[in-house]
Design a protein around this ligand. Structure first.
Ligand code: PGA
Length: 249
């Protein structure tokens, strides 16, 4: 049985004080949620406040990106050991917004994934097709390429620590959720890629989250698909009661 993960991606929202307050409000609402891993991924400068507010709760904190080298003259970047040092447990890698606006590629995502694993962080590696790719019928080809470029180079031991997030780009922040069937189909395809590269046991064990306009209103139908092992939630995770009702689906 794969334990679901409900991860909030707080993107570039909230100050440190607002982050601490929101996690403080979320904590009692999800305190009984032992059936899932609850994760909040906050902007770098808000991570210490997030970690403090989450201390002693079942909420774990993650970053939203990192740079793959440990240290050096890379102005503006943050390394995996730095995230680890502020007690992050998780990190999002290769989010479509990083790909779209900041030049992230499968190759950089792969390097970042290895850096995260080396530091003992649990990476949530994002894949997903854009609208024109889906309309052209190339969803599977895109996912296969992202898997090959971003994940297939890991060792089996490394891969065992990875969580994948399938986030169709056309569903992110648009209010257009993939139907549970569309999501499940993509998850099955990703699982077949894992099976081909890492074998049956790895494919069965790997947690694949769905992301893209997940809300309290659609989480139940999504989670009714056995292929979905949780969600990466943007907008609807910012409000504690809303995220709590997703966690407690
Ligand atoms: P959304 O974002 O839930 O606001 O669509 C999801 C994501 O980008 O991870």
């Amino acid at each position: 049985m794969r334990k679901p993960v409900m991860a909030g991606n707080w993107k570039m929202y909230k100050t440190a004080a607002q982050t601490g307050a929101a996690i403080g409000a979320l904590a009692p609402l999800v305190a009984g949620a032992s059936h899932v891993d609850v994760v909040v991924c906050a902007p770098f400068v808000n991570l210490p406040a997030a970690v403090e507010a989450a201390r002693g709760t079942n909420i774990e904190i993650g970053g939203q990106d990192l740079f793959w080298l440990k240290e050096g003259a890379y102005t503006g970047e943050v390394s995996a050991p730095m995230l680890k040092a502020v007690e992050c447990r998780w990190v999002i890698i290769g989010h479509s917004e990083r790909r779209q606006y900041f030049g992230e590629t499968d190759e950089t995502a792969a390097k970042k994934t290895v850096a995260a694993l080396d530091a003992g962080l649990k990476p949530i590696v994002c894949v997903g097709e854009r609208l024109e790719q889906r309309e052209a019928g190339s969803t599977d080809a895109v996912l296969a390429m992202q898997f090959a470029g971003g994940l297939a180079g890991l060792t089996a031991d490394q891969f065992a620590q990875v969580t994948i997030a399938y986030e169709p780009v056309w569903a992110i922040g648009t209010g257009k959720t993939a139907t549970p069937e569309i999501a499940a189909e993509a998850h099955r395809f990703l699982r077949s890629q894992i099976r081909g590269k890492f074998g049956d046991a790895a494919a069965e064990a790997c947690r694949i989250l769905y992301g893209g306009s997940v809300k309290p209103e659609n989480i139940q139908a999504l989670m009714a698909q056995p292929e979905l092992d949780g969600a990466l939630v943007g907008g609807a995770s910012l409000d504690p009661p809303s995220f709590a009702s997703i966690v407690n689906f």
